[in-house]
Design a protein around this ligand. Sequence first.
Ligand SMILES: Nc1nc2c(ncn2[C@@H]2O[C@H](COP(=O)(O)OP(=O)(O)OP(=O)(O)O)[C@@H](O)[C@H]2O)c(=O)[nH]1
Ligand SMILES: [Mg+2]
Length: 323
Amino acid sequence: MSNEPETRDDDSPEPEPTELEPTETEPTETEAAEAELGESSSSFRSGFVSFVGRPNAGKSTLLNQILGTKVAITSNKPQTTRTQIRGVLHRPGVQVVFVDTPGIHKPVSPLGTTLNESATSTIGDVDVTCLVIDGLAPYGKGDQFIADQLPKDSIVIVNKVDKANREQVMAQLAVTSDLDFESYFPVSAKTGRGVDVLVEHLISRMPEGPRYYPDDMVSDLPEPQQVAELVREQLFRNTHQELPYSIATRVTEWEWPRIRCEILVERDSQKGMVIGKGGALLKKVGTAVRAQLPEGAFIELHVSVDKDWQRRPDRIEELGYGV
Ligand SMILES: Nc1nc2c(ncn2[C@@H]2O[C@H](COP(=O)(O)OP(=O)(O)OP(=O)(O)O)[C@@H](O)[C@H]2O)c(=O)[nH]1
Ligand SMILES: [Mg+2]
């Protein structure tokens, strides 16, 4: 068991000094771009890292903490994340593409099944899979179910060490050390404790690879989707019981600075709950979202019923969830 950052044992042969080789051909576009950036593709390292785990473990909070900006929405309700969310960490000579995923759970609707599939599809498809465990909740069957699917070079992240006491953290590390994964990291996604060590380790595991995203790109989520997610985040934070799971959001008009976002619920009786007394809830949601957008944004929220959308695979797909 180790939570030390690994040093890269780079004994790969030096690339041939291509500039010494006579060439009569024009440089390709890629070569020209590399020359401009002062690097060759063989010296650049990049790769994909996914966060998987039970709902509420803190995967999305961790993604945001690593990137230093909000890319994924978070809430204290399980199943907040509904798609894979990519966030890109740029370091000199290295690019790490993080993939946040929906929490894996026992599904009770086609939406749940779709979310699970979205998360499990990243396993084995990335360079490093990270199992994120809630340090405050006992390690359970749900965690084990996920752990059983992971490759042995996965790592375990025990999160929420700011709140978990020493005994809780030690217990989580003890039980997960039996899984025999590569490394173990206690962190707090909220305060950032332990996160630097984790990031250094992940960087050290990136293989040689291309620059997947431009330097200034942290998220590839289109702006309308980002806004729809911010609206859903506020609704998740301000509604209770079954209601958050019946809510879907999508931006239907984008004429900056005017943005129209539709809030879908599953039943007539839920409409009033989302609107709130005298429109109070919608107003609260709109204000909180606007505060996160560039100045001048004007957001219109409309609530409509899309009967049982959560149970209809065609609607789930159209809403873009699960991808
Ligand atoms: N105290 C504490 N709370 C945390 C920490 N990380 C996350 N949380 C809280 O845990 C809750 C869940 O966090 P999320 O990041 O939304 O969890 P998630 O794993 O992405 O959840 P799903 O998207 O539902 O799978 C939120 O209320 C967070 O504020 C942490 O390090 N410490
Ligand atoms: Mg999440």
